[in-house]
Design a protein around this ligand. Structure first.
Ligand code: 16G
Ligand code: MG
Length: 522
């Protein structure tokens, strides 16, 4: 490889911390920013190799640690179609990140080139962006160091939300093709979303307000930008920057401290890199109500089912959830709407993959990560189908609009916000009508620091433990004692601990079940 000398000499400036082991987790590498330098350098090399493997198509790199504390950071790769890095490549990236010496690094690079049969003659294109974390700027420099050393063409897109970077990657790779994804710029992204949203609202003024807390992250400035494109008459957005965000609201089931809820007023919280959103509101009686990812999935499923029926077309709708989905949300989808539901392991990449099996695949994690995917067949049908009545025409137009409004590369808080708002506007609903589809089963989430989280091995989409031996039987025995009881234990993919989820018919039963399993795990 002709640039190997450059790669190794630049690598001297980014030495690997001795003995450290890095793993490509649920959403890439994530840790205290101080330890990330060598990882970022090597991810840069991997991105370039991946691009070369795919004939120079543009690959994306995002520097973010999502909702983790400010001193953390992370890095992940985006494949040319805008989705997450293909699974088999996670191993290669990990082997580069863990090469102990520069000689080993060279060997690993040469091995990847050989094993994946990369023809090194030709260009490599990589774009990158970061969220607003203070450590992002220096890490972006390191990334550039790697891309320069290996000889890749690269563009720094500065501060972006994670889904914006995914959008840019897909848009860049589809310029001039039969299905261009959109103009490959940040303003192209806002234009695509806002034009679709205004069309869906049929330019009708919405006249009500939604309060959005952007978790002190990159969502704040970007939502402010999007707001300019939307126009006040379409949607009145009040943007706040609380420190907590979606994770706090979901975990503690209360509004961010300092946020006062007026009954029936819509509120939403994003996370740090704006790929996750949840809604909440106060009921007429002032009680706190959560409208999480499951509720968004339910709303979207109901809406898409109606539209597909009204449009008179045959498209198979399916929903993908994880074990964290509330039992009653699954009941609503399967028993009330009678739609197929698949359960997969935690992490956007697993849901995304499973959702691609449907014509319209709706996927949401309870924590608010999610989107809706239209298969190529579905898109073609929407394009060509001729309506035989004004009602069919209108439903088809709405489906077309939604396919543009929804970011199909990855879950996107800004796009999901507009999706929810478009559905509510179309139904003339407030949050309580939306909420009335079903009532969540009371549930509790615990975390437990253990000596070695790798001892906890799961199966059946993380719903059952195979190791430690005997533990699952004990959990089953406990669960059987509670009405509508369900519980599972899994190792976190982003933190060094074990998570415990329990739900049951009443609040006290859910608490009790969770606490007992916590004691078992200890
Ligand atoms: C990451 C995942 C998210 C998942 C969460 C689970 C992406 C973009 N993000 O944030 O989907 O819900 O991890 O974390 O894939 P845990 O393994 O610590 O429970
Ligand atoms: Mg995130």
């Amino acid at each position: 490889m002709k640039n190997i000398g450059n790669i190794i000499s630049a690598s001297l400036r980014h030495p690997k911390p001795e003995g450290a082991t890095f793993s490509y987790g649920t959403a890439g590498f994530r840790m205290q920013a101080d330890f990330l330098d060598s990882v970022v350098y090597r991810v840069g090399l991997s991105a370039a190799l991946r691009s070369r493997k795919l004939n120079g198509q543009t690959v994306g790199v995002m520097i973010t640690a999502s909702h983790n504390p400010a001193p953390d950071n992370g890095i992940k790769l985006v494949d040319p179609q805008g989705g997450m890095l293909e699974k088999s490549w996670e191993t290669y990236v990990t082997s580069l990140a863990n090469a102990e010496t520069d000689e080993e690094l060279q060997k690993e690079i040469e091995k990847i080139v050989k094993v994946t049969k990369i023809d090194m003659q030709g260009g490599m294109n990589v774009i990158y962006a970061r969220d607003t974390r203070p450590s992002g700027e220096v890490l972006a420099q390191t990334l550039k160091d790697a891309l320069d050393a290996i000889g890749a063409t690269s563009t720094d897109h500065g501060v972006k939300t994670t889904p914006q970077l995914h959008y840019l990657v897909r848009a860049l790779n589809t310029v001039g093709t039969v299905s261009p994804y959109g103009e490959p710029t940040e303003s192209g992204y806002y234009q695509k979303l806002s034009i679709a949203f205004r069309k869906l609202l049929k330019e009708k003024p919405r006249g009500s307000t939604v309060y959005v807390d952007c978790a002190n992250g990159v969502g704040g400035p970007k939502l402010r930008e999007l707001k300019k494109y939307l126009g006040e008459e379409c949607l009145d957005l009040v943007i706040t920057q609380d420190d907590c965000g979606a994770d706090f609201v979901k975990t503690f089931q209360k509004p961010p401290p300092g946020t006062k809820l007026t009954p029936l007023q819509r509120h939403a919280s994003l996370d740090g890199d704006a790929d996750r959103i949840i809604y909440y509101y106060a009921g007429q009686d002032g009680s706190f109500r959560l409208l999480d990812g499951d509720k968004i999935a339910g709303l979207a499923a109901m809406f898409f089912q109606d539209l597909v029926k009204s449009a008179g077309i045959d498209l198979k709708i399916g929903i993908v959830q994880t074990a964290y989905a509330n039992g009653n949300s699954t009941n609503y989808l399967t028993k009330t709407l009678k739609l197929p539901v698949t359960c997969v392991a935690t992490g956007v990449k697993h849901l995304h993959h499973a959702a691609q099996r449907y014509d319209i695949g709706i996927y949401f994690e309870a924590n608010g990560h999610g989107t809706v995917l239209f298969s190529p067949t579905a898109l073609a049908l929407l394009e060509t189908h001729e309506a035989s009545s004004p009602a069919q025409h209108s439903a088809l137009e709405s489906l077309r609009g939604l396919s543009n409004l929804i970011n199909q590369t990855v879950g996107d808080a800004l796009s999901d916000l507009l999706l929810v708002e478009a559905i509510l506007a179309s139904k003339g609903w407030g949050p309580s009508e939306w909420d009335s589809a079903y009532t969540d089963l009371p549930n509790r989430l615990f975390k437990k620091v253990v000596k070695d989280q790798s001892l906890f091995v799961t199966t059946d989409a993380e719903r059952k433990l195979v190791k430690p031996e005997g533990l699952q039987e004990k959990i089953d025995e406990l669960v059987a004692k509670y009405s509508d009881g369900r519980a599972f234990v899994r190792a976190s993919g982003t933190e060094d601990l074990v998570r415990i989820y329990a739900e049951a018919k009443t609040r006290s039963e859910a608490d009790d079940l969770g606490m007992r399993i916590m004691a078992l795990v200890s």
